[in-house]
Design a protein. Structure first.
Length: 363
């Protein structure tokens, strides 16, 4: 995305201290934009995702607004910082297992929170930006029929997380049709990359936290019920590129797009590649640990199904439509992105004093 398309503009990023949000904020600042980060968790650890890695002089173009997407009053405070050229809506209740345990919280955040944002924009016509980019998920499609999802595939997401995201997704389209809010909905697959802190639930950071455990490498776990699962994966830099393209292309407004992954892999194959990438990187630091990583491999464990969690066995997005509108295609292949992710994970877990290794360094 050319710097000229961002320089001089102000942008609002909800959930701007989350995994994808922090990467997006850094990219916007690097391109010369002014950014307001709206996030309900601004602890020093989360804020450090952005502040220590800013380009020179960018701090003056960054503002934080603490607030909850479920609160219309908090959103009004954030919107008062505008007008914005674009709004990127990434705030979400993003852990599927937690959503199943707290359906009301998940729905209030993912569905009603999206409505709160769009309604706040509707009520303040002077604040309506050129685009509102809403991050959705491939899980809105539910179990796959055929060999891939297109934007015309039935929406069968019936899990609590899936349905809550689907409701926000659909309301984004409704506010465009009913009130002219320039929404763009992007349905993302599994995003991976440096600085993903969700080591409890997400496969890639969870596995790397075990492999780089300071007490010694622990074999990552493959849940028995996941052996036959297939998923798309996309590197976080490519997601940021898609978000920016969706924001600046007028033809995208009012549309829904799948963002295709760089690869579609079985879960066992993902774990195999994680183990090999971690061992390969570790050979330059601690050859004995590298040997143990390879000797351990990964282990299969039986885990009881989390109550309320629905499992989708196969997922694969067709990204043809977005490519036709924007010429987008993923730039990073899985192994290339995984190497950068491994490098950052090792630095975080085994060398915390090191400067963070973040997205963009693979270019």
């Amino acid at each position: 995305m050319p710097a000229a398309t961002v320089a001089g503009g102000r942008y609002l990023v909800t959930g701007g201290l989350g995994f994808v949000g922090a990467h997006l904020v850094r990219h916007l600042l690097a391109l010369g934009g002014e950014v307001t980060v709206f996030d309900n968790d601004q602890t020093p650890e989360r804020a450090a995702r952005v502040r220590p890695t800013l380009p020179a002089g960018a701090g003056s173009r960054l503002r934080f607004v603490a607030g909850d997407i479920r609160s219309p009053q908090d959103l009004q405070q954030a919107l008062a910082d505008g007008p914005f050229r674009s709004v990127f809506h990434l705030a979400a209740y993003s852990v599927i297992e937690r959503a199943a345990q707290d359906p009301a919280g998940a729905i209030a955040t993912n569905a009603i929170g999206t409505v709160n944002l769009l309604d706040a924009l509707r009520r303040s016509p002077a604040t309506v930006p050129d685009s509102v980019v809403i991050a959705s998920t491939d899980k809105v499609y539910g179990e796959m029929e055929g060999n891939r999802y297109t934007e015309q595939s039935p929406l069968r997401g019936i899990g609590i997380y899936d349905a809550a995201k689907l409701a926000g997704d659909v309301m984004g389209q409704a506010f465009h049709q009913s009130f002219g809010i320039p929404t763009v909905v992007l349905r993302l697959c599994n995003v991976f990359g440096p600085d993903d802190r969700n080591c409890r639930y997400r496969l890639v950071p969870r596995s790397l936290s075990l492999l780089f455990d300071p007490t010694g490498p622990v074999p990552p776990e493959l849940y028995f019920e996941s052996i036959g699962h297939w998923r798309d994966y996309v590197y976080v830099d490519d997601v940021v590129a898609a978000l920016l393209l969706a924001a600046v292309r007028p033809a995208c407004r009012g549309e829904v797009f799948n963002i295709a992954g760089c690869v579609n892999l079985s879960t066992p194959e993902v774990l195999r590649r994680i183990v090999e990438a971690a061992a390969s990187h570790e050979r330059d630091h601690d050859p004995q640990r590298a040997e143990r990583i390879m000797a351990n491999g990964f282990r299969v464990v039986v885990r009881g199904q989390t109550p309320g969690v629905t499992t989708i066995s196969r997922q694969h997005l067709d990204g043809t439509k977005f490519g036709e509108f924007t010429s987008f295609r993923p730039r990073f292949d899985f192994d290339q992105g995984l190497r950068a992710t491994v490098r950052a994970a090792r630095a975080r877990h085994l060398d915390p004093a090191a400067r963070p290794v973040l997205a963009g360094t693979t270019r």
